[in-house]
Design a protein around this ligand. Structure first.
Ligand code: CA
Length: 221
């Protein structure tokens, strides 16, 4: 399961949530509904969502981008802490999954902060850069979509965030498989190679967090 913090015992995970999780009622209901979804492990951990909220508040973020929406839990978390005029550009390919997201965003009263675009993310990102001229205009980007395209998403997001802006990449541990000596799955190899590339990428300051399934933070210089 990638939606609980890797390496924590069940007891400690439960303790962490008991003594620190502050989750709105609508977020909790969305999370619980998504737990019965066949792809439930695509939902980020609640403590991770709360951590992003804290980061965004520290940054006074107003414009964010999300690559991979699923049922909308992380976008809802972000929307809750953005100012009234804050905007999320949310990219996904699934009408079906994002229908759940839209329902909860409406219920939470944040739907007008979220610009959902249904198309392959690479196309939407290219459109933002080349047609809408939005390079260097985002404060924060969260990448949590198909892993094989992570390097492309990272490069596009690096152009879309402003200097001092932050990119967060999810699942950079791939359930621990990135550390195995013989990686057999191509999409795990891609993430492993990107982890190494980001390590020596002097365009960013970084921190790789053992939070949930590994979250890499990269701040654009
Ligand atoms: Ca994920």
């Amino acid at each position: 399961m990638s939606n609980k913090s890797i390496g924590l015992s069940d007891d400690l995970q439960e303790y962490l949530l008991d003594v620190s999780l502050r989750e709105s009622d609508v977020m909790r209901r969305l999370r619980v509904e998504t737990m019965s979804h066949p792809q439930a492990d695509m939902q980020i951990a609640p403590e991770q969502a709360q951590f992003f909220q804290l980061l965004l508040q520290l940054m006074d973020a107003r414009r964010t981008i999300e690559v991979g929406v699923f049922t909308g839990y992380s976008a809802l978390a972000v929307a809750e802490v953005l100012p009234e005029d804050g905007r999320i550009t949310a990219l996904d390919i699934s009408e079906e999954y994002t229908a759940v997201a839209r329902r909860y965003w409406e219920e939470a009263g944040v739907a007008d902060k979220i610009d959902l675009r249904i198309a392959p993310a690479q196309e939407s990102l290219a459109h933002l850069l080349e047609t809408e001229n939005l390079a260097a205009s985002y404060d924060f980007a969260f990448i949590d979509a198909d892993k094989s395209n992570y390097p492309i998403y990272y490069e596009h997001c690096l152009r879309l965030v402003r200097p001092g802006g932050l990119i967060a990449l999810d699942n950079t541990f791939r359930d621990g498989r990135v550390a195995q000596p013989d990686i057999e799955e191509e999409s795990v190899q891609v993430v492993h190679d990107l982890n190494k590339a980001i390590h020596s990428d002097d365009r960013v300051d970084i921190s790789m967090l053992p939070l949930a399934d590994g979250v890499t933070l990269a701040r654009k210089r």
